[in-house]
Design a protein around this ligand. Sequence first.
Ligand code: HEM
Length: 509
Amino acid sequence: MTLLVLVLLALLYYSYFSLRLLYSLRKVPAAHWSSRFSSARILWARWTGTELKFLIEAHSRLGPIVLVGPQDLSVSSYQDGIRKVYDTGFPKPAPFYSMFNYYRSEHGIRRRRTAALYSKSALMQSKHLREVTDCIIYERLFPRLESLLVSCGTGRIDGLDLSYRICADYLSSFLFGSCNSTNFLSFLSNRKAELNNDPLELWRFHYENMSCREAFFVQEMPGLYKLFKALGTNLLPRKYSDGTEYLENWISTMADKADHTITLKHSKGLNLEAKDEPVVFETAKEAVKKDSPHLSLEAQKMQVQSEMFDHVCLVFGYALWYLASHPDAQQKIHAELEEHKIDMTSPIHQDPSGLDRSSRLDSLPYLRAVIDECLRMRPTSTLLPRITPPDRSISVAGIDNIPPNTRINSFQWFVHRDPTKWENVNDWDPERWLSMGRSGKKHDREDVLWPFASGPRMCLGNHLTYYFMQHVLAAICSIFVLSALPRDERQCTPGSPEDELPITVVLRA
Ligand code: HEM
């Protein structure tokens, strides 16, 4: 009898709750006839990797805000939609990120530990970053490209593969010091036979496995995942845990080496070159000791792991591809460098006027336009879910009283590839940025750049990305000319191990 009453009460509570939701969100058009009552359609789209396609169609039919599940919305307008959700800092749904998250502490604390090191002024003044950049360009990248030209004559490379090598070496040097970083550029080869021993191939294999399709269950159906696990069935395949373990060990090994470098520096007075200083790691480590002294040494170490590689490898790979497909753009970068007398052929940073090369690169309009256009084109499909605050209703994209704890997502694609916001939306065209002007007017416009998201969870690496791309692209365009080869237009996910961006490299005449 008691059980029956409890079941009835639960049903009543559920019906009341569902009716309230139905009522609150009744003005939001539903992406599918079932979406008002069930998440089945959107879950199917997420499982099959067709969510973006499904939503592009739904928004073009129904407007800037659509209902995709009983308590799940998608928003596509920038000023009255995305800015309200992201700029005000609505939290991320906990289960969604838990599996990719090496950190165990509150986000704000974690972010504050190293945020100052990523600010534009800190990066511009950083001797460490300057030396890291020189080391990657002049000691690793140029010699590799030159030896490739000598060894195979055709200079054929995969732009994506090269990008992974450059980005991994660059970012791991920035975080852990050059002497503790990866050295994937040393293994650059276009001979398939040699790839078996290639550490990058192994890394990409595990990285791909960690982002496997079954990760869907943990992100989207955490309850079901836990239930199956309790019943003895793990919905995540073995390759997922192998991949996670591999990548955690990979980062841990660099962290251990950086730790050792710090110990030698402090106890034995080891004199380090600026590029070898594990600046970011040391800052994070000191901060963790202060803000989380209760943690064990091992737990403290886990706190300083970093989530860094997600987008930059892909964007940079496509930057090489777009430039290779547009020789005129390479020529314009070269001409801009010559016009401003910026010499990228050697690691000399001061020009006769005493100005720093990084600041001068940062002021070049065409180079900036090229990078902005690459960031407009990619990334476009990062999942960025947020949850509305638990204590109040909010208004988004013209809809009032959106209830607490509603999931809202947007895709960069909606901002960057909407034909109503941009002309020739699918053409890679840096010139569009030169004619737009960037001062002051951003807050009235819909055609804005939003690759790093916005608000308190905005990407920490946005200035680092510009710094990195300005230096490496300028250096490449100074010495080499890239040409795109015909590409197999397979429908594989950009950036996946099967994707390839075939390019040839020759020395600039
Ligand atoms: C093309 C380059 C990059 C793009 C497009 C990009 C994009 C993003 C986006 C969209 C987010 C927000 C994710 C969310 O809100 O759910 C993010 C977060 C983050 N990114 Fe990036 N990123 C790039 C490069 C980098 C680099 C180079 C680093 C650092 C080495 C970096 C470090 C981070 C960190 C630490 C976060 C988490 C920030 C937080 O939660 O407070 N990113 N990135």
